[in-house]
Ligand binder design. Structure first.
Ligand code: GLN
Length: 311
């Protein structure tokens, strides 16, 4: 029996076992619209390089990418400007703090955010996307994501976008700080509009899995054969995913699952088995670190049973 056959056989039951973990977690409420997400939802979709896929649970349910989008805006900024320019404005180190922490912003000299996957760093990255207006920069991001997902109908969830734009005061305060330090490439409301929009791009587990597959295949979409990302930038993105992708839960996830991954507060997780599989998961109940509690449970079990750890 090959791996996908085995996955097809075990996943329905494993999803139900992991789904029970959701009771211990909490759905994000600081973006009011996200508080409506069903707490006990859990879905997974996996796709291999031959295009064969397996899914289980609530894999069809749509959700917003939130912080998962940060991996791909980083890649787009790298494609626009190159490594040197991007890393003059954002660092490469994990923080050990919450994803939206403002605490360490002033601690390093020059005052640049620790890494591109925490909110402050991602806001700087959003300000680096090329385009002659905010609308044009956002359109480039959406177009890039559509191509990576092989899904031309990806779009914003405008309720979630408006909900965050109306309440994202902590992100707003970080953007003002960054503006003061001279590291924002545009104005505060412009960068936040770009940032809130890419966080609100709506996907399913299948979209995430397909985007992850491009990373698993070093930047080439194996389904179309198109080279979408230079290999070096995929390498950078995957390294950040291992060290910072699950925020201050990254070390634990590296030990538990050992896969490059990126989570979002909507409960999504994008992960991959290098060279072989792209994986998308959703489970809106979060652990205290802001990662899907049932999703992490399921991925740790899968990785250990199928021996996926890269370490
Ligand atoms: N849009 C969210 C925010 O800025 C993303 C955070 C996340 O997914 N962890 O707070």
């Amino acid at each position: 029996m090959n791996e996908l056959d085995r996955l097809e056989a075990c996943l329905p039951e494993w999803v139900e076992t992991s789904r029970r973990e959701s009771a211990k977690g909490t759905v994000a409420t600081y973006i009011p619209e996200l508080s409506k997400s069903p707490k006990h939802r859990l879905g997974i979709h996996l796709i291999d390089a031959g295009g064969r896929s397996v899914s289980a649970g609530d894999a069809q349910a749509p959700f917003t990418m939130q912080s998962i989008s940060k991996v791909f805006t980083l890649i787009l900024a790298l494609m626009d400007h190159g490594e040197e320019a991007v890393f003059s404005k954002v660092g490469m180190e994990p923080t050990g703090d919450n994803f939206n922490s403002i605490m360490k912003l002033e601690l390093v000299q020059p005052a640049i955010p620790f890494n591109p996957l925490i909110n402050a760093g991602a806001i700087v990255v959003s300000s680096m996307i090329q385009g002659d207006s905010a609308a044009n920069k956002s359109a480039r991001i959406l177009e890039f994501f559509r191509e990576l997902a092989g899904n031309p109908s990806l779009d914003y969830n405008l309720e979630v976008y408006r909900s965050e734009a109306a309440t994202g005061h902590l992100n707003r305060s970080m953007a003002y700080f960054l503006l003061d330090k001279g590291i924002l490439g545009c104005g505060v409301e412009e960068v936040l509009d770009i940032y809130f929009r890419h966080c609100s791009i709506e996907v399913t587990c299948a979209d995430l899995a397909r985007m992850a597959l491009v990373l698993a295949k070093d930047g080439t979409d194996p389904i179309t054969g198109k080279k979408l990302i230079p290999r070096r930038y995929v390498q950078i993105a995957k390294t950040f995913m291992v060290t910072c992708g699950m925020y201050n839960g990254s070390g634990e996830f590296a030990i538990g699952a050992g896969l490059p991954a990126k989570s979002g507060v909507s409960g999504g997780i994008l992960t991959l088995v290098p060279g072989r599989l792209g994986i998308g998961v959703v489970g809106p109940a979060l652990n205290p670190k802001g990662n899907s509690i049932a999703g992490v449970h399921l991925l740790e079990r899968l990785s250990s049973e199928f021996n996926w750890s890269i370490f």
